[in-house]
Structures are given as structure tokens and as C-alpha cells.
Design a protein around this ligand. Structure first.
Ligand code: B12
Ligand code: SF4
Ligand code: SF4
Length: 350
């Protein structure tokens, strides 16, 4: 098969499997990511927060030297899946980031995961050696999607297509030099618009096109357990307990882009146990069995993270009369972190 026909075949297979878009771009065209990151880091004031930002970016240092880490790889294959099609139960909205409610990266029941496996099989069957990493990606996905012309990066640092920013990106490296890119005509952000920067409750959008991980709620409430006791951002975390959608929700380019046409497997059932108060009372075995596999940034050993975040959210959003009993019960929780948090929120209510 000619290279052009192979590239077109992969693209049409992706569309048939439900991906919104797919592009293929020679790997050297992704050079330049490292200097984009350095430029962003250089602009940040020195301090503890900057060292956290640096550490997060360094975790993905391999993104800067793809040709060295994968000497056999010639092409990046980038696919876009629009996840803005699922019904999100109302009690999760504003508390759990939408992307995590419908996360297909590890969920074998999800249509996105099945499509990803099927596309990979198709590429292998057509003679391409490919490699991917489904959890965090093995290359800088937004940068690759931008370089391949699949859409536009906006000031909130999100990548947008015609479907807005409610899109999941994934990529493979391939061992043949293939190219099929696009030229997307999406209007840029209006010059004077800063709605997303203003909407970010923690100041994580330090400047347009830069998210500071150290200040981003997703980093603080999902990727690790935070000790909220006297934390300077405890109040700003509001009702969010896992992720945050404020900078996407504020953007006019996302208006009317979420369709709610489909049910995501298991989400409606799970949501019945995820009221903020209910979370504080949850059984740890249930959290480990039901929440850890789906919301996998919080592994079973961090099950207490759910209760600590829920107590913080209750303190921020409900009158004490409505959460006091939950916090009092939590004083006897088996986890010391939860007991400490409960004592703190109760001390604020008195
Ligand atoms: C580490 C990481 C995080 C960290 C750090 C975020 C950060 N500042 O990078 C934390 C935990 C904070 C995080 C949070 C979230 N993340 Co995250 N994260 C990643 C990860 C694994 C690496 C990102 C990275 O390399 N960052 C380094 C910075 C410097 O690069 P970058 O963010 O990609 O930014 C580049 C683009 O903006 C690009 N660019 C795009 N267009 C243009 C245009 C021009 C002109 C230029 C110059 C540059 C440019 O330039 C930047 C630098 O090269 C990627 C997956 C991956 N493999 O890429 C997902 C990813 C970026 N995350 C994603 C998501 C959904 C989230 C959350 C929304 C989850 C949530 N709802 O709670 C939040 C949102 C935060 C935000 N406002 O961005 C999606 C974004 C999808 C999209 N539509 O953009 C990704 C792509 C995962 C995926 N598979 O789809 N994330
Ligand atoms: S996800 Fe939330 S905390 Fe993170 S940058 Fe966006 S608005 Fe700010
Ligand atoms: S809110 Fe305004 S500045 Fe922010 S990404 Fe959307 S259009 Fe751009």
C-alpha cells in the first residue's frame, strides 16, 4: 500500500470508529515543544510554587526528546474524540470534572477505549509498528494536535476543535513516515477576552496559554491528596472534589457544545452514592472497589482523599447546620487525615 493510501486508510478508519478527527505528522515537526515549556517556566516568579510547576513538567521530560527515546519512530498519529455527548448526572456537575466522569483512558466498557483498541489493531494489521500510552500519553498531545492543524490552543490553555474543548486527545508513534495534516480555520480568542482567566478560582491561569500545575485544582484535588487544613486555596477549591471545569465552562467557544445524547456506562449508578455528604459516610471498601478504578488518579491507598475533599467542599458550600452531623461522624473515621479535616471544619463552624 502506498504511504498516502495508508495514511488515508487510518484516517477513515478512525472516523468510522467514532473519532472526530485524526492526523499524521512526521515526528521532527513536533520539535519546539521544549522551548515552549522553558519560555513559560522562565516567565514565572521564583518560589515554592515554581518548583512544583517545574517538577510536573519534568515528569514529562521525554516529550522533549521523542526521537532519542523512540529512535524507531517516524510519525505521530493524533486522534481526537469528542466526549461532550454524555449525560452528566446533575449532582456531579460543578464537583467532579466532566472529563473524569466520562474518562475512557482505562475504561474497557467505554466506547472511546474500544475505538482506541480497534484503531490500533487496524494500524498493526496494515503493517505499521505503533506504540501508545493510554493514561498520560507518550507525547505532548496539545502541541502535536496544534502542529497537525487539528484545531487551536486557546488562552485557557485548552485545545479546541469545532466541538469546543470537550475533547480527548490520544496519540501513537508509528515507524513509517506518514503525513496527513489539516488546516483548521477556527477564530482566535478575541483580543480583550479574559473570561477564563477570571473564572479560574485559584489563579492557575497565570497568563494566557499557561496553566500552573501547582495552583490548578485538578492537580490539588485529583492527582494527590491535599492537606486542606489551613491550605491557602482551601476556600478557592469551592465545591470541586475531583478536577475542575471553571476555565472551560466560562468560554464562549464552549457554549452549547455539550450535547447529553448518550449514557456513559455505569455513571448514573455510581452518581447515586456521590452526594457530598454521602461521600463522607462512604465505606472504604466501596471506595476502593468502585471509585479507584474509575477515578484512577486517586488509587485505593488514597481512598481517604474523597472524604477530605468532600469535607472541604461541604465547608465551602453548605451552611454548617447541614453538614455538622457528617463532620461529627467523621471525627471517628478510621483515617487520621479525615479525622483531622473533620476537626478543622468543625472548628471553623463554631
Ligand atoms: C501534566 C498534565 C496536566 C497537569 C499540568 C497541566 C499543564 N499545565 O500542563 C495538571 C494535573 C494540572 C492537568 C490538569 C488538567 N488536564 Co491535563 N494533562 C497533562 C498532560 C499529561 C501533559 C501536559 C503537558 O505536557 N504540559 C506541559 C505544557 C507546557 O504543555 P501543554 O499544556 O500541552 O501546552 C501546550 C499547548 O498549549 C501548546 N499549544 C497549543 N496551541 C498552541 C498555539 C501556539 C501558537 C503555541 C505557541 C503553543 C500552542 O503549547 C503548549 C506548550 O507546548 C496532558 C497529556 C499529554 N500527554 O499531553 C494532559 C492534558 C493536557 N490534560 C487534559 C485535561 C482535560 C486536563 C483537565 C481539564 C482535567 C480537568 N477537567 O480537571 C485539567 C485542566 C487544566 C488546564 N487548564 O489545562 C487534556 C486536555 C484536552 C484539551 N482539550 O486541551 C490532555 C491533553 C489529556 C488528554 N489526553 O486529552 N493536566
Ligand atoms: S481547571 Fe480549574 S483550577 Fe485548573 S486552570 Fe482551569 S479553572 Fe483553574
Ligand atoms: S474564555 Fe475567552 S480568552 Fe478564554 S479561551 Fe475562551 S475565548 Fe479565549
Amino acid at each position: 500500500m502506498s504511504k498516502n493510501r495508508l495514511a488515508e486508510g487510518i484516517q477513515s478508519q478512525a472516523l468510522a470508529l467514532g473519532f472526530e478527527k485524526l492526523a499524521l505528522i512526521p515526528l521532527p515537526r513536533l520539535n519546539g515543544f521544549g522551548s515552549e515549556v522553558d519560555r513559560r517556566l522562565d516567565a514565572l516568579p521564583e518560589g515554592q510554587a515554581k518548583s512544583v510547576d517545574k517538577a510536573v513538567f519534568e515528569r514529562f521530560a521525554a516529550f522533549r526528546r521523542l526521537s532519542e527515546v523512540y529512535p524507531w519512530a517516524k510519525t505521530a498519529i493524533i486522534a481526537v474524540m469528542n466526549y461532550g455527548v454524555y449525560r452528566i448526572p446533575s449532582n456531579l456537575i460543578g464537583k467532579i470534572g466532566r472529563v473524569f466522569c466520562v474518562d475512557c483512558r482505562k475504561d474497557a466498557q467505554s466506547q472511546g477505549y474500544k475505538a482506541s483498541l480497534a484503531l490500533e489493531e487496524f494500524m498493526i494489521a496494515n503493517g505499521l509498528r505503533v506504540e501508545t500510552e493510554r493514561k498520560y500519553g507518550l507525547l505532548p498531545l496539545r502541541w502535536a494536535a496544534y502542529r497537525a492543524g487539528l484545531g487551536r490552543g486557546r488562552k485557557n490553555n485548552f485545545f479546541y476543535t469545532q466541538s469546543g474543548s470537550w475533547i480527548h486527545l490520544e496519540a501513537w508513534l508509528g515507524d513509517q513516515e506518514l503525513e496527513l495534516t489539516e488546516n483548521v480555520e477556527l477564530k482566535p480568542c478575541p483580543k480583550d477576552c479574559d473570561l477564563c482567566l477570571k473564572a479560574c478560582p485559584t489563579g492557575a491561569l497565570a497568563e494566557p496559554y499557561l496553566t500552573r500545575p501547582s495552583l490548578c485544582l485538578t492537580f490539588l484535588n485529583a492527582t494527590r491528596p491535599s492537606d486542606w487544613v489551613n491550605h491557602p486555596l482551601a476556600k478557592a477549591a469551592g465545591e470541586w472534589i475531583y478536577g475542575c471545569d471553571m476555565c472551560q465552562g466560562a468560554c464562549p467557544f464552549n457554549r452549547n457544545k455539550w450535547r447529553e445524547d448518550e449514557e456513559f456506562p455505569g455513571l448514573a449508578e455510581l452518581s447515586q452514592n456521590l452526594g457530598l455528604g454521602q461521600i463522607v459516610d462512604l465505606d472504604y471498601a466501596w471506595i476502593r472497589a468502585n471509585l479507584a478504578p474509575k477515578f484512577w488518579y486517586a488509587p485505593p491507598e488514597n481512598a481517604f482523599q474523597w472524604k477530605v475533599n468532600a469535607l472541604n467542599a461541604l465547608k465551602n458550600s453548605w451552611p454548617p447546620s447541614e453538614w455538622r452531623l457528617y463532620a461529627q461522624r467523621a471525627l471517628k473515621d478510621e483515617s487520621p487525615e479525615v479525622r483531622r479535616m473533620a476537626a478543622w471544619v468543625l472548628s471553623l463552624a463554631d
